[in-house]
Design a binder for this molecule. Structure first.
Ligand code: PMP
Length: 451
């Protein structure tokens, strides 16, 4: 047990004891996230260091946000330089950083998604997308989302996500508390090929999941559907990539019924899949993309890219927030994107991602509990099972690997909906040596966990 009288330098000009820290956090902080991680003090590149000086490779990239790595001085310098000049302003003002950021987003935007909306988080980006769909389909009250989706934690986006649905223990998730907001969202099966609920096998299947989506638009919804909103690769659900044919088919269905197709690229955007956006990876272009996380390398930002064919928001405050025009944030976000481009982080995500996925797959023969390895790029998920035939979820193995790896210096992530998927999503500038260290620790932890 740690000595509660141990005193730390708080790096802000003071000192603080372990006892003080525990009192403050245990008595006064409403921890509202999932399991607690280590108490962090420093981060550099792909590494984090905790309060006891222990260094770990960060395979969570802090909720998959730090695509350009911890302590990125180019990004921090850009924010600091801008902040000294003009830090915060109301959204009514134009500024140089916002203008340059919009120009940059238009440069990288897939297809005709050349209209930009800015906000503050992934949840607010999802809300902007949903609002824009309602602006463009004023008579349509329904949205379609996928089983086990995660689109945010605001009231409307909880309703869009899996948290009010049945969890793995057959209870409803926390979202049910916010019942009054749960109207309007119809969930359809996600294309979870490893556990296809229709017993089919991609690519020789009939894409029954897409057929159900079509039938829901045609017959299952009370009234017209405004949009289908989906993650091209579901993150929280357990690292589940949509098969390419599925997305093409959903695009066709949306066009047929005049329903908007919107991609939630909060996790997939800005290089994680080895391309700037999932839309580029799949060659399927939605009408709206929502984005956040890797967009700003940890700065609080979100936004949407919308087709030029769509009506924009009205300039009467339809999607305005006080801090959405923080010039420091915009300078940092602009520099993050430039950094991803100039350092070819998409390329590194492809090369390192392929390398790691291949080695992980090669371990499946030795450890049949590694049921599935999914990518692409550095959007890696490893699904554990107790038996590859029955595919019984290996929650305990997953948790054991996660815990043991922290001791050995690797901080993996866990996927929410089923709890048996380990996420390997480090910053995109990870080196080959760091990738090898992750893989070695992974194998050691699996060996020790499957005994
Ligand atoms: N969409 C997706 C796909 C996400 O993974 C998340 C966050 N996990 C969000 C939206 C919400 O983002 P934020 O937490 O920044 O509100």
């Amino acid at each position: 047990m740690e000595n509660e009288n141990i005193v730390y330098d708080d790096r802000m000009g003071g000192t603080i004891s372990k006892k003080q820290i525990d009192t403050i956090l245990n008595n006064h902080y409403m921890h509202a996230d999932v399991q607690k991680g280590p108490f962090l003090v420093e981060g550099k590149g792909a590494e984090i260091t905790d309060i006891n000086g222990k260094t770990m490779i960060d395979c969570q990239a802090q909720a998959w946000a730090l695509n350009a790595g911890h302590g990125n001085m180019e990004i921090l310098d850009a924010a600091y330089t801008q902040g000294k000049m003009l830090a915060h302003c109301r959204p009514i003002h134009d500024t140089f950083p916002r203008t340059r950021l919009i120009e940059k987003l238009v440069e990288i935007a897939p297809g005709d998604l050349k209209k930009v909306g800015l906000s503050l988080s992934g949840s607010s980006a999802s809300e902007s997308a949903l609002k824009l769909a309602m602006v463009n389909r004023p008579d349509a009250m329904n949205f379609i989302t996928l089983y086990n989706a995660w689109h945010g934690n605001s009231l409307a986006t909880i309703a869009a996500s899996f948290s009010p649905t049945q969890s793995k223990h057959h209870n409803f998730g926390f979202g049910l508390k916010f019942k009054p907001f749960l109207n309007s969202f119809l969930r359809v099966p996600n294309p979870y090929c490893y556990r296809c609920p229709f017993g089919e096998s991609y690519p020789n299947c009939k894409l029954t999941c897409a057929k159900v989506l079509e039938l829901t638009i045609e017959k299952g919804a009370s009234g017209p559907v405004a949009a289908v909103y989906l993650e091209p690769l579901q993150g929280v659900a357990g690292q589940i990539p949509c098969p390419p044919e599925y997305l093409k088919e959903v695009r066709r269905i949306c066009d047929k019924y005049d329903v908007l197709l919107m991609f939630d690229e909060v996790q997939t955007g800005f290089g994680r899949m080895g391309t700037m956006f999932a839309a580029d990876y799949y060659g399927v272009y939605p009408d709206v993309i929502s984005m956040a996380k890797g967009m700003g390398n940890g700065w609080p930002v979100g936004g949407i890219l919308a087709s030029t064919k769509l009506k924009s928001f009205d300039s009467d405050g339809e999607d305005a927030y006080t801090c959405m025009n923080n010039a420091m944030i915009h300078a940092a976000v602009y520099t993050s994107i430039k950094y991803i481009q100039e350092n070819d982080l998409c390329g590194n995500a492809r090369v390192m991602g392929d390398y790691m996925s291949q080695r992980l797959k090669s371990l499946q023969g030795k450890y049949p509990q590694i049921g599935d390895v999914r990518g692409p790029g550095l959007h890696i998920g490893v699904e554990f099972v107790t038996d590859p035939e029955t595919k019984e979820p290996g929650d305990e193995i997953t948790m054991s690997v996660y815990r043991k790896a922290i001791e050995k210096g690797v901080f993996f992530g866990l996927a929410g909906a089923i709890g048996n998927v380990l996420k390997i999503k480090p910053p995109l500038n990870i080196t080959k040596d760091q990738a090898d260290l992750i893989l070695n620790v992974f194998e050691d932890c699996v060996r020790e966990s499957v005994k």
